[in-house]
Design a protein around this ligand. Structure first.
Ligand code: URA
Length: 258
C-alpha cells in the first residue's frame, strides 16, 4: 500500500471510530491534511488553528494554488517567493531558519547578517558561534533545536528591522511556530520580543521573566551579538537558560574544564 493509502485508511478508520463513539465532529490534524495533499473543499469539520494560519500565509504570498501543504518546506517556498518588502532586492539568499521540526526549544533572533545572507542559514556568523556554545552548554545539539529570526532577509548594513518589514515578515515565523510547536521559545534580544509580543519594554527589564506567545512559554534574554560586545552579561543569559532547563525538567550537563 502506498503511504498515502496508509494515511487515508488510518484516517477513515479514525473517523469510523469517532462516529461509532457517537462524536459528530472531529478535529483534523494538520499533518493529515498535509499528507493527503488537499484541503477539504468544504470544511465539514473544524480545521485546526494551525491549518487556517498557514493557508492564510499562503494566500498572503499570492500562491495561485492552495493545497493542504502545511509543512516547513512549504513555508520555506513561500519565503523564497516573497517580495513583500524591499529587502528582497538586496538579499543573496532568504534565511528561513533551520533545525529540528519538533524541538523542545526554538530560538528567535532579529534578522540575518552578512554570513547568514550568503549561506541562507540562521546564526552562522560570530553571534551564531556563540549561540551554538549556549545551546551545547544547555545539553542540546544545534540540530535538536530550531533557530530562526523575525526577518527572513538581511537588512542592508545590518540595520535594525523596520516596523513595516517586521509586519510583513512575521506571518512566516508565526506559521513556523504553529507547525513545529516548540515547548519553549527563547527570544534573543528586544527585536525578537517586540516582533513576537509587540512589547517595547527594554530587554534588560524583560529578560529572565517568563512571558507567553500564543500559549507557548517564552523566555526573553540578551542577543548573542550583545554578549560579544558585553561578555559580563553572559552570566545573566546563563541564568535565563538554566531557568529554561528547569522549566523543561532538565539539568544542564557539567561545565567542561578548559
Ligand atoms: N543575528 C540574528 O539576529 N540572526 C542571525 O541569524 C544572525 C545574527
Amino acid at each position: 500500500m502506498s503511504s498515502l493509502n496508509h494515511v487515508l485508511s488510518d484516517f477513515v478508520q479514525y473517523l469510523e471510530n469517532e462516529r461509532d463513539a457517537g462524536r459528530g465532529m472531529v478535529e483534523v490534524p494538520v499533518e493529515v491534511l498535509n499528507e493527503l495533499g488537499v484541503m477539504p473543499k468544504k470544511a465539514t469539520v473544524p480545521v485546526s488553528k494551525e491549518a487556517v494560519k498557514i493557508a492564510s500565509l499562503h494566500r498572503q504570498v499570492n500562491h495561485e494554488h492552495l493545497p493542504g501543504t502545511t509543512g516547513l518546506e512549504e513555508i520555506k517556498a513561500s519565503i523564497a517567493a516573497c517580495k513583500k518588502c524591499s529587502l528582497h532586492k538586496s538579499r543573496t539568499n532568504v534565511v528561513p531558519g533551520q533545525g529540528s521540526v519538533s524541538p523542545e526549544i526554538m530560538f528567535v533572533g532579529e534578522a540575518p547578517g552578512a554570513d547568514e545572507d550568503l549561506q541562507g542559514l540562521a546564526f552562522v556568523g560570530r553571534a551564531g558561534q556563540l549561540l551554538t556554545k549556549m545551546i551545547e552548554a544547555m545539553g542540546y545539539k544545534r540540530e535538536e533545536v530550531f533557530i530562526g529570526n523575525i526577518l527572513k532577509c538581511r537588512p542592508p548594513d545590518n540595520r535594525p528591522p523596520m516596523p513595516d518589514e517586521m509586519e510583513v515578515c512575521l506571518p512566516f515565523l508565526k506559521a513556523q511556530i504553529a507547525v513545529i510547536k516548540p515547548k519553549v521559545i527563547i527570544a534573543l534580544g528586544s527585536t525578537a520580543v517586540k516582533g513576537l509580543l509587540n512589547l517595547t519594554t527594554g530587554i534588560t527589564k524583560l529578560r529572565g521573566k517568563w512571558l507567553s506567545f500564543e500559549g507557548i512559554d517564552l523566555m526573553p534574554t540578551y542577543h548573542p551579538a550583545y554578549l560579544l560586545r558585553n561578555p559580563p552579561a553572559k552570566k545573566e543569559v546563563w541564568d535565563d537558560l538554566q531557568e529554561v532547563l528547569r522549566h523543561l525538567g532538565r539539568t544542564p550537563p557539567p561545565v567542561k574544564k578548559r
